[in-house]
Design a protein around this ligand. Sequence first.
Ligand code: PGA
Length: 255
Amino acid sequence: MNLNKKKIIIANMKMNGSLSFNESFLKNIKINFNKFKNLNIGLCLPYPYLFQAQKFLQNTNINWGGQNVAKFENGPHTGEVSAKMLQEFGAKYVIVGHSERSTAYCESDENIAAKFEKIKKYKMIPVLCVGETLIEREAGIMESVVSSQIKTIIKIFGNEIFENSIIAYEPIWAIGSDMAASPDQANKMCIFIRNLVCENKKEFKNFNIIYGGSVNPKNALQLFASESLDGVLIGRASVNFDEFSHICSRAENGK
Ligand code: PGA
């Protein structure tokens, strides 16, 4: 990880929390997280609780965001939430293409690309999740799987759309499994992704690559030591205050 750059910590709180849990969790974060000067932290909450993040985290060094977004601007799309709505609640980050959604709701790469563009349009930072299944890794085709997920966006909008955005490499087999990718596996894929997006050695401003999948206080240190990773995406451990804060301390202090 580049030591001069602030590390990125995105919490994917998934479908967890409640008004009362969030109130104490967010207050705790507000009080205890201002010591993290070298981190860009974003909490991605379920939609109904974004107002709580706005209420408790406004004017702190912690940002917040959503876990999904509609590909439409507005209109007859029952159950959907637009990028503009997320922006109104002060969202900075929006997770898009998470495998728990693309698998359960059969989301296509084209849909994900359209959502990515909407997030950019409303000046938020997409956190695009890409990754392969275990079968695909065992077959040795993980790079072509990840490449086709990313290339769909490049084909429609060009590489430049990745300026001010994050790609999270999340191998599907590592999510919720206690079987995180090794730092070497994560490193290799992140280098592959950077080369794919920044072809011809072009670097895009604020383009970052992070790793997600069973990140915990034990494996965080090794992951943070990886040269090519700009940060992590944390699921389960992000709704446990002690674990979350432990991971952030490791990112901040390198120990
Ligand atoms: P996990 O989830 O940390 O619980 O494995 C990561 C994710 O799904 O983003």
